[in-house]
Ligand binder design. Structure first.
Ligand SMILES: [Zn+2]
Length: 406
């Protein structure tokens, strides 16, 4: 049993309650109590427990990185200042072709360390060598949605057979923290047949589908030339869209495409830093939210970001939409924090388990010491500080499933 006491709790519960002088009681992997510190301390005065004093500190739910390529930590700073197509085809894909399984392990290990230390407790990943990724994530203790990546154009041949084999091989490794997903890379790197197969296989095996979508204007142009319609319309025609789809980026959407995403209950993983760095475009946040689309937050890979600090991505997300919509009230701090917590959990279909500090949920908790940091003082509103002032390096402690891992 762990008691975190005298702490300000940003619960992210249904009422978005912030509790001052609060306490969180953890039993096993789960949150057993959340409320006023005095009351909970009194109730459990005689219980044997480890105490974490939270004076001057805040607790928030573990952050959820809804779109990333963890092992690309190895390629951080390897290729910068290029547009997506050139960056991918001339630099990244040739470099990735040389990576050995042991490299993927080391890259994922490095990324997990970085994510943990900056408050991310769950990540939705798309990469190769999933068994190496699983080993690194399991060692670090993070929750990992491990993508089985399809790529079967441009001379690559990772299609249905290889994915189905991988799935059978890795299924025994699935547990509370490790989940498998299908990750057809994009509409331009995966054939029509394989996209359709992925959808069928995902539905049959109750898996998430995770794909890059409508990232650049070039992708839209190419799709129109090849298929006579826009990217979201193309996936709708294939019957690919549904509530189990997490679509990353979605920078280039018409109103019709936004309605298609909403109608099909697709979640969108917003990757603001990567989109700005590659000059890909700006996702229409307010329009998507207004249409009822669940929008979550992704860092994307550490070679297009170039870090995995979701606190930084939150700030960048808030800033670009204020400017883009010429409205400082767009993308409020609370809206952006939702993207990085509860909305991520909804996208991954585990909002009954994580995403907020609620009784019965897994104890995935991040603690930041506001008192120790000059840039976090004074504090009128802790949510404002989290989004606009805090940095990943401010994170002091991270618990995942009730275990202190950092
Ligand atoms: Zn990506």
């Amino acid at each position: 049993m762990i008691l975190i006491k005298n702490i300000t709790i940003i619960t992210q519960n249904a009422q978005r309650q912030v509790i001052k002088d609060g306490a969180i009681l953890i039993e096993g992997s789960k949150i057993a109590e959340v409320g006023q510190s005095k009351k909970i301390e009194k109730k459990y005065a005689k219980a044997k427990k480890k105490i974490i004093d939270g004076k001057g500190k805040i607790a928030l739910p573990g952050l959820i990185n809804a779109h990333t390529h963890a092992a690309m930590a190895l390629l951080r700073g390897y290729a910068d200042d290029l547009p997506l197509k050139k960056w991918l085809t001339e630099k990244i894909w040739p470099a990735e072709a040389k990576l050995k399984p042991a490299d993927i392990y080391r890259g994922t290990e490095l990324a997990c360390e970085e994510m943990l230390q900056s408050g991310t407790t769950t990540f939705n990943n798309m990469y190769w060598q999933p068994e190496k990724e699983i080993a690194a994530a399991a060692k670090a203790g993070l929750r990992d949605f491990v993508g089985l990546t399809a790529l079967d154009t441009n001379g690559m041949d990772i299609g249905a057979d290889r994915i189905a084999n991988l799935y059978r091989q890795l299924k025994p490794k699935v547990n509370d923290k490790i989940k498998l997903t299908l990750t057809p890379h994009s509409i331009y790197a995966v054939s029509r047949e394989t996209l359709v197969w992925c959808k069928k296989f995902a539905d049959e095996n109750d898996l998430l589908l995770h794909i890059h979508l409508a990232e650049t204007e070039g992708e839209v142009d190419d799709c129109q030339k090849a298929h006579g319609c826009r990217p979201v319309e193309y996936l709708e025609k294939l019957g690919f869209l549904g509530g189990n789809v997490v679509a990353a980026h979605c920078c280039w959407l018409t109103d019709n495409e936004i309605n298609i995403l909403a109608k099909n209950k697709v979640s969108v993983a917003h990757c603001p830093t990567s989109n700005l760095k590659l000059a890909s475009g700006v996702m229409p946040l307010s329009k998507l939210l207004k249409a009822g689309v669940n929008v979550c937050l992704g860092a994307d890979g550490p070679s297009s970001n170039n870090n995995l600090d979701l606190l930084e991505d939150m700030k960048i997300a808030a800033l670009i939409h204020k400017w883009n919509e010429k409205d400082p009230s767009a993308a409020s701090a609370q809206t952006i924090l939702d993207l990085a917590t509860i909305n991520g959990a909804k996208a991954l279909k585990i909002d009954d388990k994580i995403g907020s500090i609620d009784i019965g949920k897994e104890a995935d908790i991040v603690i930041i010491d506001f008192d120790k940091r000059p840039h976090l003082k004074p504090c009128f509103n802790p949510i404002s500080h989290l989004v606009y002032a805090a940095q990943g390096g401010d994170v002091e402690k991270v618990l995942i499933g009730g275990k202190v891992l950092f």
